[in-house]
Ligand binder design. Structure first.
Ligand code: DNO
Length: 346
């Protein structure tokens, strides 16, 4: 049986642990220390403190999502070793505190990117969406203020410096830098009992001319081969990978099998090869056949953590884009129903 989880942003989250606990079938929590500076090691004390809060509600902290990878590591700069040492320290501390899965990503400069955080649906709800042509209109030389969700993340100077650094990094170099990182951290993750789970690029193609290397069966296979260990695994995100029509998700799940350490199950509706919006979770409303995804996960014997992902804003809720309570709870309940049906028809 997979372990149903939900993401919790910590004590400041408007969605409380009690809210999450009341959703049927919750086995655990996905959380992170979001105030950690990029490149900083997370201490045992901070982890213990968060863990106590989660456990006091009778829940388990099953996944850290995420500990960000410092840009110098992605860029392959000389100072990367210092930051890799910090990362290693974080993994060791996680192991000591007993948190089993670490979700992270290797996307240059920008984590997940959307062009609209509140696309209006006909039923009055709103959803996140991505339109390649809208992205093309954003002029990054003026900073991130026009990029939804990223305003103020970098100063204009910081951003320009980063973008200039990436001019010398193509897909092959970025991959080499990922391989360098994996060869250092995976042996530590093995010792510490931590399952690493890289998150795919979202969207799974190049944006702003930046390299992107975690986006289809071929690139995922290549990174898994760098260190052939169950600790070098994947976050299988159906929304990210599903945005690209080339990705046959059930086939990929069967291909990667036990290397899937964590699942993000959400649906998207592709409206062209480079445009999509985030739909209701059930298959009927999106481009991802969630039943086939869940069946493939069942077939490979997946017993790890799975969570509903971004939800729409419904019933007048407002909050962190994608991370309100109501639609994620509907998503979790739907996934739970699929799970139960699949288990019982075997
Ligand atoms: C968005 C998430 C991502 C994810 C990171 C993992 O909602 O799926 O931000 O947490 O990419 O490192």
């Amino acid at each position: 049986m997979m372990k149903m989880t939900m993401r919790w942003y910590g004590p400041d989250d408007s969605v409380t642990l009690e809210n999450i606990l009341q959703v049927p079938g919750m086995a655990g929590i996905v959380s992170a220390l979001h105030d950690l500076k990029p490149g900083e090691a997370v201490t045992i004390d901070r982890l213990e403190e968060r863990k106590k809060i989660i456990e006091s509600m009778g829940l388990k902290w099953l996944v850290i999502e995420s500990i960000p990878v410092h840009e110098s590591i992605k860029l392959g700069k000389t100072e990367r070793d210092k930051f890799i040492e910090n990362y290693i320290q974080s993994i060791r501390n996680m192991g000591k505190v007993g948190i089993p899965v670490l979700c992270y990503n290797f996307m240059p400069v920008f984590d997940w990117t959307r062009t609209n955080l509140a696309m209006q649906n006909a039923d009055g709800s709103t959803a996140l969406s991505f339109a390649q042509s809208d992205l093309g209109k954003i002029d990054l030389s003026r900073g991130t203020s026009d990029l939804p969700g990223w305003g103020g993340t970098y100063t204009v100077e910081e951003l320009n410096e980063l973008l200039a650094d990436y001019k010398n990094v193509d897909d092959a170099t970025l991959f080499e830098n990922l391989a360098y990182f994996l060869r250092k951290v995976i042996p530590v993750a093995e010792e510490a009992g931590v399952l690493m789970a890289i998150h795919p690029d979202d969207p799974p193609w190049s944006i702003f001319g930046l390299p992107r290397i975690v986006r289809n069966a071929e690139t995922l296979q290549a990174l898994l081969e760098v260190v052939d260990s169950p600790h070098n695994g994947l976050t299988f995100c159906t929304g990210s990978l599903g945005a690209s029509e080339e990705n046959n998700l059930p086939a990929m799940i069967r291909q990667f099998g036990h290397r899937i350490n964590f699942v993000h199950a959400r649906n998207i509706k592709r409206t062209s090869s480079r445009d999509f919006y985030e739909s209701k979770h059930p298959s009927e409303f999106g481009s991802v056949n969630m039943f086939e995804v869940m069946r493939a996960l069942h077939d490979i014997g997946f017993t790890g953590p799975i969570r509903p992902d971004h939800g729409r804003m419904i019933w007048g809720e407002s909050g962190r884009p994608g991370y309100g309570l109501y639609d994620r709870a509907l998503g979790a309940t739907y996934l739970y129903g699929l799970m139960e049906a699949i288990e019982h028809t075997k």
